[in-house]
Design a protein around this ligand. Structure first.
Ligand code: ADP
Ligand code: MG
Length: 244
């Protein structure tokens, strides 16, 4: 299938004797939004981190955009340039301005001139509703604003896929909506996205498919309405009863 952006097959990840991913099959089509849900400790972050090789898989195959990133011959830096990642904690460089944070990777990696990166950063700040923050320092921003800068920074590399790991979990409740709006806009524009979140409203509204993980396994995959209204597995039911 050529329209597969992400194709994970029988992925296993052990930390010593702790078997965290126990044979995950996980596919994301081009332009698809997949929301990954599941109890804490089920392996959601580990799966995302394997997708851009922040973690080395123990076994299994991960093909992104036709590149087998588990193949040692694959240039992982090049592959990573096409995968944007947004974390719960924004990881902005506090000694750099907002604009400099966004410009850093494209300029350092030789993807853009400084002028091009600056224009791109301004354009991206406008799309995340922060046009006036180009020269601001991260510490002067709210958590929600920082997270929108982190999203703009990830987008600056023109990634093909965006991975979000609980992007709103560390935010005050009144900040969550603005960040989710930015993510919804991205989805509407056709960005391929994998989103780990506890925001079930977002999952219902935006996800093409929901993947429920528990204990290192994919337990159930389906359209949001099927997963939320008619879960097939006991574990899915009991998880959803707790979070909804
Ligand atoms: P989730 O994101 O679903 O909450 P994680 O992927 O963070 O789950 O963690 C799954 C399991 O992997 C947990 O038992 C956690 O303790 C373990 N784990 C995660 N990262 C590491 C690591 N770097 N070293 C050892 N164990 C880890
Ligand atoms: Mg996690």
């Amino acid at each position: 299938m050529t329209d597969l952006k992400v194709n994970v097959t029988n992925l296993k990840k052990n930390y010593g004797s702790n078997h965290v991913l126990k044979g995950i099959d996980f596919k994301v089509a081009n332009n698809e939004v997949v929301v990954l849900i599941g109890p804490s400790g089920s392996g959601k972050s580990t799966l995302l981190r394997c997708l851009n090789k922040l973690e080395e898989p123990t076994s299994g195959s991960i093909v992104i955009d036709g590149n087998d990133i588990s193949d040692p011959k694959t240039n992982i830096d090049k592959a990573r340039e096409n995968i944007g990642m947004v974390f719960q904690h924004f990881n902005l460089f506090n000694n750099l301005s907002v604009g400099e944070n966004i410009m850093l990777a494209p300029v350092e990696l030789g993807k853009m001139t400084k002028e091009e990166a600056q224009a791109k950063a301004k354009e991206l700040l406008a799309t995340v509703g922060l046009s006036d923050k180009f020269d601001a320092m991260p510490n002067s921003l709210s958590g929600g604003q920082k997270q929108r800068v982190a999203i703009a920074r990830a987008l600056a590399m023109n990634p093909d896929v965006m991975l979000f790991d609980e992007p709103t979990s560390a935010l005050d409740p009144e900040m969550v909506g603005d960040v989710l709006e930015v993510m919804k806009d991205l989805a509407k524009e056709g960005m391929t996205m994998v989103v780990v979140t506890h925001e079930m409203g977002f999952a219902k509204e935006v996800a093409d498919r929901v993947v429920f993980m528990a204990d290192g396994h994919v337990v159930e995959v389906g359209k949001p309405q099927d997963i939320f209204e008619n879960p097939q597995h006991e574990r899915t039911k009991s998880f959803l009863e707790k979070v909804i």
